[in-house]
Design a protein around this ligand. Structure first.
Ligand code: RIB
Ligand code: CA
Length: 338
């Protein structure tokens, strides 16, 4: 049984990831913490509280950093909607005790001390809270099982600037601080998460077939996913959406579905055009590096698990299943010669 802290900037794919994690028999969510990223932390916190309510989770929630370690906050409301869930947000807010506001980092340290090696931190947003937890008690964070971070891109283009992935781009100083302080991080980068995506027709059929999914989850996911897919169709010309954060959850709870390499990762923080870049020399794999990088995974096993646990459905036909796999091309200059 893996004890889990989820630090999130929920967001649409974060919301699917939280529902997924809550239904994995090998994981127990002990704590959820919120951080500004996709949307400001106030919105993120309301989304997490709503998910906690409709998923009937008895899990403490603490809110965290409202701005990055040393930069202005840049959000992704165009991707996830102003409320982070495609405009679904319920009108009335959910009450949140004032003493929990800003308590994320100390709550993470408490969990690290309590569970030690049995704990995995699954970080689905910028690393601001993680860095704060390291600054509070580096030894406690070094003493846990692992930190699995959805983030980074090591080959090909980013999704925020040409060379950066959003979570690291938003707070490169936080990511750098964690690594520079000797805390090992397992990255689940775009190189991997962009080789999987859910076409609109698959999402539509999953939302129709929902079996055991709680009834409030379907309208939330329908609205949130349709907004998220519309963004991908406009921005990436893909009529579907990526499942970055659910894949990171799977990497944390089912590492047997993944292949990892050891590496040493540095975070660019000074570059005028490259700040937020995750830099690793992949020619040299090393077990003594500060990081592991997820480089491959059994996407169809993940697909079946996600579909059944989150949507109570299964995707029968092989063409539909194969349509969730995609090649991810880096720049191929030969294309420009034609
Ligand atoms: O780059 C994708 C990541 O940034 C995902 O975690 C998404 O939710 C956003 O936080
Ligand atoms: Ca996220």
């Amino acid at each position: 049984m893996r004890r889990v802290v989820i630090d999130t900037d929920a967001g649409v794919d974060d919301s699917i990831a939280i529902a997924y994690a809550s239904r994995l028999p090998d994981a127990t969510i002990e704590l959820m913490t919120t951080v500004s990223g996709n949307v400001p932390v106030s919105e993120v916190t309301q989304n997490v509280l709503y998910l906690k309510k409709i998923l009937r989770l008895d899990v403490p929630v603490f809110s965290g950093a409202d701005v990055p370690k040393s930069r202005k906050l840049i959000t992704a409301t165009e991707v996830h909607g102003k409320d982070g869930v495609g405009g679904y947000r319920i009108s009335e807010g959910i009450a949140f005790p004032a003493w929990k506001t800003g308590g994320a980092a100390t709550a993470i340290v408490r969990a690290a001390k309590k569970y030690g090696k049995r704990l995995t931190i699954i970080s689905l947003g910028p690393m601001t809270n993680i860095a704060r937890a390291v600054s509070i008690d580096q030894g406690a964070i070094k003493g846990i099982g692992s930190i699995v971070q959805m983030g980074g891109v090591f080959s090909g283009y980013g999704n925020t600037t040409a060379f950066t992935e959003f979570n690291i781009f938003v707070d490169p100083e936080a990511a750098s601080y964690v690594l520079e302080n000797g805390v090992k991080v397992t990255f689940v980068p775009l190189d991997l998460t962009e080789t999987f995506f859910l076409p609109r027709n698959i999402v539509t059929s999953l939302l129709m077939k929902t079996g055991e999914t709680s009834p409030e989850l379907v309208p939330l996911f329908r609205k949130a996913l349709n907004y998220y897919i519309d963004y991908h169709r406009h921005a990436d010309k893909l009529d579907g959406c990526y499942m970055h954060d659910p894949i990171a959850v799977a990497a944390a709870i089912h590492p047997e579905w993944f292949r990892f390499i050891g590496s040493s990762v540095s975070i660019e923080t000074l570059g005028r055009f490259t700040a937020g870049m995750t830099v690793a020399d992949l020619r040299k794999k090393t077990v003594r590096g500060n990081s592991r990088i997820a480089v491959a995974f059994d996407a169809l096993t993940f697909l079946d698990d996600l579909a059944s646990r989150v949507f109570g459905a299964r995707i029968g036909n092989s063409a539909g299943r194969r349509s969730c796999l995609r090649q991810r091309f880096t720049a191929n200059f030969r294309d420009f010669l034609r």
